[in-house]
Design a protein around this ligand. Structure first.
Ligand SMILES: *Cc1c(COP(=O)(O)O)cnc(C)c1O
Length: 451
């Protein structure tokens, strides 16, 4: 306890901690960066360095760090009722009031919420709920769920199975049975010489082909993120969602829009589904729901699904921390901040257009093959050759990420795609700082590559 410094904490990590998504040997050789506090859009590490958090934590700190209102909401609720469950015909005000507040901002016809502790649990809930939905209607054979390669729906067994991360599938015998995948609408990486909209329609058509191949009588649902986040901020060509909508309308299957990243203002709308005009039957949520101040997730459910669940007897599913009162109180306060400070309007009208305009300037850098983005999401494709879109071997992103961290910017690497998703409250001057630092780190990466 006497030596509260970087080496001390790194030693504790090596001795006792198994962090998520980490190569333990590589990390232990190096030691973690220790983040000790945060304020606004900035993190501070144990060496006293200030770092602009271009990722809003993990896409979640939408209202920024240091919000006393959220601290107060948690403290007040902890004093009043720190915990009670929602099992066995009991409930408590924070969960009920939060469900109402979410129903008010959800797309029309979606008035109910099932609470979970995380986005992964939300997707586990979705898997069981959609299969149960069909079984209650006497169609238990309708249970295949179609997801997309490189989609991300969490790291539990169901979440990772619904997702299409092949490295995750390679560990632990995933995906579980009854889950199929189609290609992602990733034009830059997989579209080749095809026109982006033609490519968008072609990969969307894979949904129709897959449903027909499996048999519509065996398909329960299609799951997709409006914009793939963890897969590398994959923004579909304009043609994609309109084609998917037409295919969904032609088949009697449910549509799950995973809003864990896109929800709560990231696109400038409440949900990515609002941005694209989608009509999902279920929407997993988490992350921005509490701005990450406490863990919480849920599934927003369309009325027609609720009507069937109402006839289904007991739904044998739930978590000790479903609708946790302190998390719910913080989520309520978080939604109030988003509304009262008109954060979505500011994102939509001012800061997102500004971020996107300045982000496009990075396309002029010799290492960048594409600079794309939407709302408060953006990506850079690092390439060896701009014209042919020839890629590096996948290690350049990590080099760039390291330069960013060493120069005061969190920018995440997904292979050789660099991504940002800053707090929604980022200001114009802070966007300028983000762009300047990104450019400098691209320079440092190019120099390291001997260019
Ligand atoms: C992060 C994420 C999840 C998983 O959420 P956890 O809270 O980490 O379990 C699910 N879906 C999407 C789209 C995500 O980005």
């Amino acid at each position: 306890m006497s030596q509260r410094n970087t080496e001390h904490w790194q030693a504790l990590g090596r001795s006792h901690h198994l962090p998520p998504f980490s190569d333990y040997k590589a990390l232990n050789a190096k030691g973690s960066r220790i983040i000790t506090r945060a304020e606004g859009v900035y993190l501070y590490d144990s060496e006293g360095r200030r770092i602009l958090d271009g990722m809003a934590g993990l896409w979640c700190v939408n209202v920024g760090y240091g919000r006393e209102e959220l601290v107060e909401a948690a403290a007040r609720q902890m004093r009043e009722l720190p915990y009670y469950n929602l099992f066995f015909q009991t409930a408590h005000p924070p969960a009920l009031e939060l469900a109402q507040a979410i129903a008010e901002i959800a797309p029309s016809g979606m008035h109910h919420v099932f609470f979970t502790g995380s986005g992964s649990e939300a997707n586990d809930t979705v898997l069981r709920m959609v299969r149960h939905y069909w079984a209650v209607q006497g169609r238990p054979e309708k249970q295949v769920i179609i997801g997309r390669w490189n989609g991300y729906h969490g790291s539990t067994v169901a979440g990772a199975s619904l997702g299409g991360m092949k490295a995750m599938h390679g560990q632990g015998g995933l995906p579980i049975p009854g889950i199929e995948h189609i290609d992602q609408p990733y034009w830059f990486g997989e579209g080749g010489d095809e026109d982006p909209d033609a490519f968008g329609v072609r990969v969307a058509n894979q949904l129709d082909e897959k449903i027909r191949a499996i048999g519509a009588d065996k398909v329960a649902a299609f799951i997709a993120e409006p914009i793939q986040g963890a897969g590398g901020v994959v923004i579909p060509p304009d043609s994609y969602w309109s084609r998917i909508k037409a295919i969904l309308a032609a088949h009697d299957i449910l549509f799950i829009a995973d809003e864990v990243i896109c929800g709560f203002g990231r696109t400038g709308e409440w949900f990515g589904s609002d941005y694209y005009g989608l009509t999902p039957d279920l929407m997993p949520i988490a992350k921005g729901l509490t701005s990450g101040y406490l863990p919480m997730g849920g599934v927003i459910v369309r009325d027609k699904v609720v009507e069937v669940l109402n006839e289904g007897g007991e739904f044998f599913h739930g978590f000790t921390y479903s609708g946790h009162p302190v998390a719910a109180a913080v989520a309520l306060a978080n939604l109030r901040i988003l509304q009262e400070e008109r954060i979505l309007e500011t994102v939509r009208e001012r800061t997102a257009p500004y971020l996107q305009r300045r982000w496009r300037e990075l396309a002029e850098h010799p290492l960048v093959g594409e600079a794309r983005g939407l709302g408060m999401l953006a990506a850079l494709e690092l390439v060896q050759d701009k014209r042919s879109r020839a890629r590096f071997a996948g290690e350049t992103g990590l080099r760039c990420r390291e330069h960013c961290l060493n120069n005061g910017l969190v920018m995440r690497a997904v292979g050789d795609t660099m991504i940002v998703a800053p707090p929604l409250v980022i200001r114009q001057a802070e966007v300028d700082e983000l762009i300047d630092k990104a450019w400098r780190c691209l320079d440092l990466t190019a120099r390291e590559l001997g260019r």
